[in-house]
Design a protein around this ligand. Structure first.
Ligand SMILES: [Ca+2]
Ligand SMILES: [Ca+2]
Length: 395
């Protein structure tokens, strides 16, 4: 698209004014680049495809053709799609960014899938790429909304994908809030642009999200902590199946795509142990559970082993924030009792708050959250990224 015309009527100008005007023209012509100015939005870069520009946007995927962008299962490190919204799905509102060789290890999505949702500031030539509005031959790429990128800067060290700062863009609308306002902001963030799985697809997903780090042929079972062959999924004794940590009957959501297939609270568990847990609320106390060392149960509650107490609590808190009754499902809430039975509530609140503090997120739990986000659902469990938000909302 041609830029605005620069022709000006200068015949009536005095000589000194003409010299000044020419000097201004020359200054524009030899300015090193537009990099020192405020970055362009993606929309501005799409509509102004000429010259050199600096653009800031959110990394949303990997372009592979003019109208095709992959949002997960990335295949290469050579191209990025950026947009003004981190939840953008229309390729018409994306700018395709070429990643030249020196930037690939830091900015390619095959090597760095956790970059999805992060803000990128990039300087380069605004020109078509994949026959689509693009930016090629980058001279600088940095994460964040840097307004003063030097055109000669090289790729900066990227933040570790496991640091909380790497999810700041995702949580931008929640940062600084507390209590009900925090809960509401998080609900919107984790309910927007999500992908829902079928109950069949959950089998294969759990083989990825819950793979035993010590044995890639196995999954690790939540309560028992045992390692079992991925191929032993099923409904018979000795099989593992799909445990709903937020029990299905507490909201009667079944197994159609929705809360009943939400990976954030689904875990592999031994068929017999799963049946023993049933729809019990969570609390301390009871008798030792056969086949699941370190777990205790009585008539109205279940106590998981110490290593997953916090994991269980954060799964429950996620469900309470994710499902607010504004879709076709019940409003799930945490209450401070046990023995809830078939209501959309799960307890016990004070015990779950304590478990979140006793057993903070570890690397494996954070990795699981990231895999669900990048490979399956495109939403995160906020309480794994920010366990301190539990006390702000539920404390
Ligand atoms: Ca844990
Ligand atoms: Ca709720």
């Amino acid at each position: 698209m041609p830029g605005p015309t620069r022709h000006r009527r200068i015949v009536a100008l005095t000589m000194p004014a003409l010299v000044g005007l020419l000097a201004a023209f020359v200054a524009v012509a030899i300015a090193p680049s537009a990099a020192a100015a405020a970055p362009l939005t993606v929309a501005q870069a799409i509509s102004g495809q000429s010259g050199t520009g600096t653009v800031a946007g959110y990394i949303v995927g990997e372009p592979t053709a003019a109208n095709t962008v992959k949002f997960s299962s990335f295949t290469g490190d050579t191209a990025l799609a950026i947009a003004d919204s981190r939840t953008e799905t229309s390729t018409a509102r994306m700018l395709y960014v070429q990643i030249t060789s020196s930037y690939r290890s830091s900015f390619g999505l095959l090597s760095n899938p956790s970059l999805i949702g992060k803000q990128l500031t990039v300087t380069g030539t605004l020109t078509a790429y994949f026959s689509h509005p693009g930016l090629k031959s980058p001279a600088a790429m940095t994460l964040g909304a840097a307004a003063t990128t030097s055109p000669t800067a090289t790729a900066t060290a990227t933040a570790s994908p496991t640091t909380s700062s790497s999810t700041d863009a995702y949580y931008a609308a929640a940062i600084g809030k507390s209590g009900p306002r925090l809960k509401s902001a998080l609900h919107t963030i984790i309910s927007t642009g999500t992908t829902k799985l079928s109950y069949d697809a959950v089998w294969e997903a759990l083989k990825v999200t819950d793979q035993d780090p010590a044995n890639p042929s196995n999954v690790k079972l939540l309560y028992s902590g045992l390692s079992r062959s991925k191929s032993l999924n099923g409904g018979s004794s000795g099989n593992w199946n799909r445990e709903h940590v937020w029990a299905q009957s507490h909201g009667d959501f079944g197994t159609s795509a929705g809360p009943g297939t939400d990976l954030h609270h689904l875990r592999p568990e031994d068929v017999t142990v799963n049946a023993l847990r049933g729809n019990l609320d969570f609390d301390n106390g009871g008798s030792a559970v056969s086949g699941a060392s370190g777990n205790y149960a009585d008539s109205d509650s279940w106590e998981p082993r110490a290593a997953v107490k916090g994991d269980v609590a954060r799964m429950v808190f996620y469900m309470a924030v994710r499902y607010e009754g504004d879709d076709s499902w019940a409003n799930l809430e945490v209450n401070n009792v046990t023995g809830n039975g078939g209501v959309p509530y799960l307890g016990k609140l004070s015990t779950l708050v304590a478990w979140n503090a006793q057993d903070p997120p570890d690397a494996a739990e954070r990795t699981r959250n990231q895999v669900i986000y990048s490979n399956y659902q495109r939403n995160r469990n906020p309480f794994i990224d920010h366990p301190e938000w539990v006390s702000s909302i539920f404390g």
